[in-house]
Design a protein around this ligand. Structure first.
Ligand code: ARG
Length: 461
């Protein structure tokens, strides 16, 4: 039998395989709430403008609420033959209120309908991402404030570079996640326009009120070009791009947690709630959550590349390719929200091992730069010469099997006679971090200032 929505032109129904490849109801049922909100706004506008009799429009709006409650309580029966969420909802509406349901689709197409539903869905995810990022930032700020004074090694090439503070390291991620949140905020502002009323692609001749539906759905304004409104999915691409960058940041922090929780580093202990054991090795505490979080980027970036590829060759306006826009975004959004929540939990629960951090910071000649700077400041050497002399002192200490502060003054003076007792003041890791008090530096006072600044910014919203 031919299709109930467009059967007029058709004698036969679709092949079974056609039905399978064509149907999106298996996943786009996730748009049910948005679809019904969009339809209710459209129906209200049809009634208000007199395009549909106001009593009939009200019956449609009521019927849609019943459909929504059936979907929410699980009694709704989804049909693959009805292809997608839009036609499933409309068919059920017809069962409930009769042929009047057929008036809902006046001055509308599934093209502007799906573009509207999907924007509303992505908009909610953007809001959830911003909320999730903020919670993670607070967890990091708490770590930063607790450990503003704790000294740890800062690395380049994963080799000991200079001492930094635990708080400074935590605050680095607060900055990154803050930029991530601002990317979502920007994307939201750009995408918050209503496609509804673009109809199939050209707009409609019915005297619709696009401002009214836009406002009812919380959009800032209607999209200004009907072709653009139904054709583009850049709002989804932007969401995925922002999600990918966030996931890169999450993955880098996860990688650090994996390294830091190893027996060789022992910088942090992850709580039992975020670790697993081994079925054979009784001593094991594995950082599985961090590892999975590292892997989530693969999915999110995969979805991003996937949708870019779907969109890149499509002529305007709608092509059915665009039905393949949703699954990847759903999966990426689910992965992102889970990753944000897991990272927030892990960071909130983790314990930094202050002694291990300090021990590691004090090894590996981490204050060599402080020594070179001292030679510049106190002995008047050009930096290049100071660098060379310090290199020789490091070699001396290495040969002796000790660290820089363990060399005697005589040993130092063999390398450069201008060195005096005062040099020992700058060789401790505490002195090193305290000295780096320029704006953005690792000194505890700077870290505390940055943390307080972020707290104020976040609570202002
Ligand atoms: N399920 C479709 C999608 O997700 C809805 C739009 C269908 N429009 C069309 N002209 N066939 O893209």
């Amino acid at each position: 039998t031919s299709n109930a929505m467009w059967g007029g032109r058709f004698a036969a129904g679709p092949d079974e395989i056609m039905e399978a490849i064509n149907a999106s109801i298996g996943y786009d049922r996730r748009l049910a709430a948005q679809d019904i909100a969009g339809s209710r706004a459209h129906a209200a506008m049809l009634g208000a403008t007199g395009i549909v009799d106001p009593t009939e429009a009200e019956a449609i709006r009521e019927g849609l609420l019943t459909v929504l409650s059936e979907i929410e309580d699980g009694s709704f029966v989804f049909s693959t033959a009805l292809e997608d969420i839009h036609m499933n909802v409309e068919a059920r509406l017809k069962d409930l209120i009769g042929p009047v349901a057929g008036r809902l689709h006046t001055a509308r197409s599934r093209n502007d309908q799906v573009a509207t539903d999907f924007r509303l869905w992505v908009r909610d995810q953007i809001d959830a991402a911003m909320t999730g990022l903020e919670a993670l930032q607070f967890a990091l700020i708490e770590q930063a404030e607790a450990g503003a004074e704790w000294v740890m090694p800062g690395f380049t090439h994963l080799q000991t570079a200079q001492p930094v503070t635990w708080g400074h390291h935590m605050m680095a991620y607060v900055e990154m996640f803050g930029r991530d949140a601002s990317r979502f905020r920007d994307a939201r502002a750009r995408m918050n326009e209503s496609p509804l009323g673009a109809a199939a692609l050209a707009g409609t001749g019915f005297p619709i009120d696009r401002e009214m539906t836009a406002e009812a759905l919380g959009f800032d304004r209607p999209c200004a070009n009907s072709l653009d409104a139904v054709s583009d999915r850049d709002f989804a691409l932007e969401f995925l791009s922002a999600a990918s960058i966030t996931a890169v940041h999450l993955s880098r922090l996860a990688e650090e947690l994996v390294i830091w929780s190893s027996a060789q580093f022992r910088f942090v202990s992850l709580s039992d709630r975020w670790s697993t054991g081994s079925s054979i090795m009784p001593q094991k505490r594995n950082p599985d959550a961090a590892e999975l979080l590292r892997a989530k980027l693969g999915r999110i970036l995969g979805a991003t590349v996937g949708l870019f590829t779907v969109m890149k060759g499509l002529p305007l306006a709608y092509s059915k390719d665009m039905q393949e826009d949703k699954e990847q975004v759903f999966d990426a959004a689910d992965s992102l929200m889970l990753a944000l929540a897991a990272m927030t939990g892990m960071v909130g629960d983790m314990t930094a091992n202050r002694d291990a951090l300090r021990g590691a910071a004090a090894s590996g000649f981490s204050t060599a730069t402080d020594l070179a700077d001292w030679l510049v400041r106190e002995a008047g050497l050009p930096f290049r010469e100071a660098h060379h002399a310090t290199g020789a002192l490091v070699a001396k200490a290495e040969a002796k099997g000790c660290d820089l502060p363990d060399l005697t003054l005589e040993e130092m003076q063999e390398v450069n006679p201008a060195i005096t007792e005062g040099v020992f003041d700058v060789l401790t890791v505490e002195a090193s971090v305290a000295s780096r008090s320029c704006y953005g530096g690792t000194a505890p006072e700077q870290v505390k200032r940055q943390a307080a600044g972020w707290r104020a910014r976040l609570s202002r919203g």
